[in-house]
Design a protein around this ligand. Structure first.
Ligand code: TYM
Length: 336
């Protein structure tokens, strides 16, 4: 990464807990490539976050590498940005401990993702699931990130990271940059195709509920055809039509057509035509990503050189912040 003095810094991460969905792509990944010219970008595959829910070790390892290749396919350019695996950079866990000791239990128990995940994984409500947002704050604050591109579901975690930074700065003196969220105007909240009041998630047990960015065209078309709608048969952006609004938002995000244009295009036509059009638009959006992904996956040595070189640089940057924090909280300087 060319670290340029006058450019601001971006940090963002994604969990290797499954192949990214269309939601991840439209809500976050598509923007990651675009931000690289304006900012110094630091991106991470956050495997340490992923183990807050049970993972099969071999599968986690494979998914971490696949996700790294996929991020390159989505346009992350290693000449411009860092792209590393979170567990390769020890400072994330080290800073998280200190921030754990500076964050109140009550604040963490208000996090909606914790409440949701402890309900869906009731057999494994571990401490990591609870302190997840602190590890996320550490990711961001270690790099003194000015801004963090995320989908709408991460807004609360980002507010917590800002709060942690401000409180720490207040207690120990200026230490962290307070990061701003970057949430896209369209695509920030793609919903499940089967339960359109719930966000589209890569860990959903129902595979018809989400489009994976690596789904083949016939699977994409089939999933859109089965998408839950309503019995009105009118393509309109109206309250109570969650399924149609979700499909309209996806179509809007994939084609750039406004909601008025979409309503006009499908006036007097059935949902069948509309679903086909949405499916075809999504196939077109994902086609170039899929082609590039196959190329990157064929070249494992290249992949390893990218995440290894990036991690070395990330270690140097993150240690600068970590040692500053160690000093502030009163740890004795290590002399060896
Ligand atoms: P994760 O892995 O769940 O998702 C990665 C990114 O995709 C966005 N996203 C969505 N956007 C629109 N519609 C959806 N249905 C949808 N689902 C997911 C997420 O908002 C996210 O931007 N905690 C983070 C990972 C993380 C992180 C960080 C992010 C760890 N450390 C530091 C930013 C900065 C997460 O679970 O994302």
């Amino acid at each position: 990464m060319e670290e340029t003095q006058n450019k601001k810094t971006i940090f963002s991460g994604i969990q290797p807990s499954g192949i990214p969905t269309l939601g991840n792509y439209l809500g976050a990944l598509r923007g990651w490539g675009e931000l690289q010219n304006e900012y110094n970008c630091i991106y991470s595959v956050v495997d340490m976050h992923a183990i807050t829910v049970k993972q099969d070790p071999a599968q986690l390892r494979r998914r971490t590498l696949e996700l790294t290749a996929l991020l390159l396919a989505c346009g992350v350019d290693p000449e411009k940005s860092l792209l590393f695996i979170q567990s390769h950079v020890p400072a994330h866990a080290q800073l998280a401990w200190i921030l754990n000791c500076n964050t109140q239990f009550g604040v963490l128990s208000r996090m909606t993702q914790f409440k949701d995940k402890s309900a869906t994984h009731a057999d494994n409500v571990n401490a990591g699931l609870f302190t997840y947002p602190i590890l996320m704050a550490s990711d961001i604050l270690l790099y003194q990130a000015d801004a963090v591109p995320v989908g709408a579901d991460q807004k609360q975690h980002l507010e917590l990271a800002r709060d942690i930074a401000q409180r720490f700065n207040g207690a120990y003196g200026d230490t962290f940059t307070v990061p701003e969220p970057i949430i896209p105007k369209v695509g920030a909240r793609v919903m499940s195709l089967q339960e359109p009041t719930k966000k589209m998630s890569k860990s959903d047990e129902n595979i018809n509920a989400f489009i994976s960015v690596l789904d083949r065209p016939d699977d994409i078309m089939r999933k859109f055809k089965r998408a839950v709608t309503d019995s009105d048969a009118v393509v309109a952006y109206k309250e109570g039509k969650d399924g149609i609004i979700n499909l309209m938002s996806i179509y809007n995000s994939a084609t750039g057509k406004s909601f008025e244009q979409i309503e006009a295009e499908f006036k007097g036509r059935g949902y069948g035509d509309f679903k086909t059009a949405v499916g075809e638009a999504v196939v077109e959006v994902l086609k170039p990503v899929q082609a590039k992904y196959d190329d990157f996956m064929k070249n494992k040595d290249y992949l390893s050189s990218i995440y290894s070189e990036s991690a070395k640089k990330a270690i140097a940057i993150s240690n600068r912040t970590l040692y500053k924090v160690y000093k502030k909280v009163g740890f004795v300087k290590r002399e060896f």
